[in-house]
Design a binder for this molecule. Structure first.
Ligand SMILES: [Zn+2]
Length: 317
């Protein structure tokens, strides 16, 4: 991932985190630095000088337009101190499997489970960086299904199952970065869009023999492996198979096998965020990424997050 365009300023340990972000002002200063790496710049007139109002607004000294660090972002309208959000971001990014809503509610003393749940969904929306670099090199692509009992026909819709497309960079036996996307079916159009969005042209793309992948011969080096009926599918595309089993373990462990298809993409985004940074040596770097992305995020209201949340699927083990 290219970090050239952004400053690297993050706490190196939990102790440093606790020391640095224990006041509203410290949190404001850090978010401002993330939002304006080169210093304040008025979105209205481009002026660089401001004064700071008692309502925590940056007011341009030339045109007097007000800039908020939270308005219009996922923190829009929050009544909680930024120090709470910082702690939530820290736990979300630095705990190995993240933090769940029950824990977050207790850790922050939030009034309701719903608030904690909504905060986590908001932070998940900040895990995907716009313009992130595509996968490259040798990439395995395949789909796996979650939920549902009976095997369905490919390319014909989900038959009650949720389909996830996976792309995995492979370097020998080693894994690089991954991408996961929940899709309605495995038709050629959907596969093509997934591959072209996530994989750099010219890369080697390994797939099985499904005709929906035929487009890949145009812009990629397409390695198609046609499995015989007796082949174990895991031996054909072992990288994707491994990721699929990790994702299933996550759903069985963290969510007791219950998941709502409407929210699955946001869990996949969080998983990808964690997986792609699994070897990062700096504990605070993931925290910095989320803080950066929070400042450039767009607001989301509770109703938008809840969506069709009443529908749950059960993942059979
Ligand atoms: Zn201005």
């Amino acid at each position: 991932m290219s970090d050239n365009f952004i400053i690297e300023d993050f706490p190196m340990s939990e102790i440093e985190f606790e020391k640095r972000y224990n006041t509203e002002q410290a949190c404001i200063d850090y978010l401002a630095k993330m939002k304006w790496p080169d210093g304040f710049c008025c979105r209205n007139c481009g002026h660089r000088a401001y004064w700071f109002s008692s309502k925590h607004l940056f007011i341009c000294t030339r045109c007097e337009s007000a800039h908020s660090l939270t308005a219009g972002t996922v923190m829009h309208g929050t009544k909680k101190p930024l120090t709470f959000w910082f702690k939530a971001m820290w736990w979300f990014t630095t705990r190995k499997s993240g933090v769940n809503a029950i824990n977050l509610k207790e850790l922050l003393g939030l009034g309701s489970y719903q608030t904690a749940w909504a905060w986590l969904h908001k932070l998940r929306r900040c895990t995907i960086r716009q313009g992130r670099e595509s996968l490259s090199g040798n990439v395995e692509v395949d789909e796996f299904v979650l939920g549902g009992q009976k095997p369905g026909k490919r390319g014909r819709g989900a038959n009650g199952k949720t389909i996830v497309l996976a792309a995995v960079e492979k370097d020998g036996h080693k894994f690089g970065r991954i991408r996961l996307q929940v899709v309605p079916d495995f038709s050629g159009d959907i596969l093509e869009q997934f591959v072209s969005t996530n994989i750099t042209p010219g890369s080697t793309v390994a797939t099985d023999g499904w005709k929906g992948y035929n487009f890949a011969s145009e812009n990629y080096i397409h390695c198609k492996t046609i499995a015989s009926k007796t082949d174990d599918k895991s031996s054909v595309l072992p990288g994707v198979h491994r990721i699929a089993s990790l994702v299933k373990r996550l759903i069985l462990g963290t969510f007791q096998g219950r998941f709502s298809p409407e929210h699955l993409q946001s869990y996949m985004d969080e998983y990808v965020f964690r997986f792609n940074r699994r070897t990062s040596r700096n504990i605070g770097k993931k925290f910095m990424r989320i803080a950066q992305q929070v400042t450039s995020s767009t607001k989301v209201i509770y109703k938008q997050i809840v969506g069709g949340a009443s529908q749950f699927c059960l993942l059979a083990n």
